[in-house]
Design a protein around this ligand. Structure first.
Ligand code: TYD
Length: 402
């Protein structure tokens, strides 16, 4: 049975940063969640057409943070060591390789590889690095073509991609035919356990059609002949999970899977009521954030945003926060700078202006990169600036200058 959990109201595209002239024709859809009591999957009720989100104007570049560069370097090392090393015909395929942040480490080792990336602008950046990429959406039919031209794969991997793909059955079927008999399907995605524990509702936006849990991944992929044999929690994106799957009967199930399932049952991820409770927590978070910003405004403080993340689009639109409360957002991504935030139209400025503009408070939208950002922005704290966080709770945080 599928039951609606909550609606966040009308939402624009999370990465739909736009020019003033585009305001009138901006696209909106209703962002709402539903729960499937059979598979235990949380998904969006409605998702915009993928070509609206993943195209030649895609604004998300994976390579913008040091933390993520290191994360993907280690990921490539693990995949090489565990599944590719010492195989003369080793072949790895990555879905949604973005700017090649992970795949470049595989290519550098001289391993046969292929990236499948639908957003042409980021795919071209990967190509310039000498990575073998085709710009397309992965599907069962594309998998058959890849198999014909390149042969079967040892590893089919994806990071922050699988939760973007509505037609998972086509992907799972494609993965099954593309992988060798002992091949592995590995993907990591923002984790429902963390979203519930931290009330990090900002993970919910157009691109994330699913927020996976171990229970839901196990149930969904079992329908296509896959066994979930290992899971590894990750710190990235505010809490993610890496899922390892094999064809049925090929590997033994690791203890990590049962341990994580016990955790999920204790948290109630299998129950509809847990998500209703989450929806109440989102409402409280919204009230608290708006009240805090209104009070700061009343006190004449200069409040800005730091990092125009995809996540910030949900927060700003759900809470109805515009440039009256947050006067601008600073970001390092060149194609976002000079544009306006989706829906609420807050100006996006280059991050080098952050210090010169001397804000009193900065709402940290990239809270998942807080360590790196606090370190980089020591001067902001040293002259009395303060960070505002909304995950796991709304509040002004005191950071020490070290
Ligand atoms: P991320 O959390 O990966 O974003 P998303 O919610 O879109 O997945 O953060 C990436 C965004 O944050 C990108 O727009 C660049 C910006 N950013 C900064 O502006 N400064 C920084 O120091 C960091 C780490 C990110």
């Amino acid at each position: 049975m599928i039951q609606q959990v909550m609606s966040f109201g009308k939402m624009p595209l999370a990465n739909g940063f736009l020019e003033k002239e585009e305001f009138l024709n901006e696209y909106f859809f209703e962002l709402a969640l539903q729960f499937d009591s059979e598979s235990k999957l949380i998904s969006l009720v409605e998702q915009p057409n993928p070509s609206k989100m993943f195209n030649e104007k895609y604004a998300f570049f994976s390579g913008t943070s040091k933390l993520m560069q290191e994360h993907f370097r280690l990921m490539a090392e693990d995949y090489f060591k565990d599944f590719l090393f010492n195989k003369s015909d080793a072949f790895l395929v990555e879905l949604g390789c973005n700017d090649g942040i992970m795949l470049q480490n595989i290519a550098n080792r001289g391993v046969k590889h292929l990236g499948v990336e639908p957003s042409l602008n980021v795919a071209n950046v990967a190509k310039k690095k000498g990575i073998n990429v085709i710009s397309n959406f992965f599907s069962n039919s594309l998998a058959l073509e890849i198999k014909k031209h390149y042969g079967q794969a040892d590893v089919l991997c994806a990071a922050n991609v699988m939760c973007h793909i509505k037609d998972l059955s086509s992907v799972a079927q494609g993965a099954f035919s593309l992988l060798k008999e002992d091949g592995v399907l590995i993907f990591e995605e923002p984790y429902m356990g963390d979203v519930i524990n931290k009330t990090s509702y900002d993970q919910i936006y157009d691109e994330h059609v699913y927020i996976f849990s171990v229970l839901s991944v196990m149930n969904l992929f079992a329908r296509f002949g896959f066994t979930l044999f290992h899971v590894e929690p990750q710190e990235t994106h505010g809490g993610s999970m890496r899922y390892y799957l094999c064809k049925n009967g090929v590997k033994n199930i690791n203890e990590s899977v049962n341990r994580q399932i016990d955790f999920e049952l204790a948290l109630g991820l299998d129950k509809y009521e847990t998500y209703l409770d989450f929806s109440e927590k989102c409402k409280n978070s919204k009230l608290n954030l708006v009240e805090l910003l209104k009070n700061l405004k009343k006190d004449g403080k200069k409040v800005v945003g730091y990092a125009a993340t995809s996540k910030s689009t949900t927060v700003l639109n759900y809470c109805g926060i515009g440039s009256d409360l947050i006067e601008c957002i600073y970001d390092t991504t060149p194609i976002k700078q000079g544009k306006y935030s989706p829906g609420m139209h807050i100006p996006i400025k280059p991050y080098i202006d952050f210090e010169n503009d001397r804000p009193d408070y900065a709402v940290l939208f990239a809270w998942n990169h807080s360590k790196e950002i606090f370190h980089k922005e020591k001067d902001f704290i040293a002259r009395g600036g303060k960070w505002i966080l909304f995950v796991p709770e709304v509040g002004i945080i005191e950071t020490k200058v070290s």
